[in-house]
Design a protein around this ligand. Structure first.
Ligand code: IDP
Ligand code: MG
Length: 149
């Protein structure tokens, strides 16, 4: 079982797409474990995107992520990281397939609506950065046997 960190970025919130974006992960069959609606401090944004420090788009990226509230979430499931990434679509909305979040709602790379961890180490780091262990909700989903064999 895998966990992934997902964030609805400020553009997704401002455009009224919170419900639509969450519903895609729900319908896919991932299980929600933690969720928080929050403003993002510069420190948190910089820690989250530390791997991109020094890139030309870095300052704009930090401005974007701190420009308004986000929805931070943890979703769980078998291969949750890859499942979430393909539900989101690739980074640039132009290349993202129709039917994905970025492919359906985005046009520019700097306004691509959603973040998702890209691997197990990143997921562990990001979940620990945004949440505490007490924020993880332990629950049984009554539809589990219709989603997983
Ligand atoms: P990812 O979000 O699909 O994992 P990354 O390459 O990790 O993509 O980049 C992190 C975020 O930085 C992207 O989602 C996007 O918001 C932003 N970003 C990446 N490349 C560019 C760029 O060339 N211009 C503007 N923003 C960018
Ligand atoms: Mg990334």
């Amino acid at each position: 079982m895998e966990r992934t960190f997902i964030m609805i970025k400020p553009d997704g919130v401002q455009r009224g797409l919170i419900g639509d974006i969450i519903s895609r992960f729900e319908r896919r069959g991932l299980k929600l474990i933690a969720m928080r609606f929050m403003n993002v401090s510069r420190e948190l944004a910089e820690a989250h995107y530390a791997v991109h420090k020094g890139r030309p788009f870095y300052n704009g990226l930090i401005d974007y992520i701190t420009s308004g509230p986000v929805v931070a979430m943890v979703w769980e499931g078998p291969n949750a990281i890859a499942i979430a990434r393909n539900t989101m679509g690739v980074t640039h909305p132009l290349q993202a397939a129709a039917g994905t979040i970025r492919g359906d709602f985005g046009v520019e790379i700097g306004r691509n609506l959603v973040h998702g961890s890209d691997g197990p180490e990143t997921a562990a780091f990001e979940i620990g950065l945004w949440f505490g262990e007490d924020d993880m909700v332990d629950w049984e989903r009554s539809t589990e046997r219709w989603i997983r064999e």
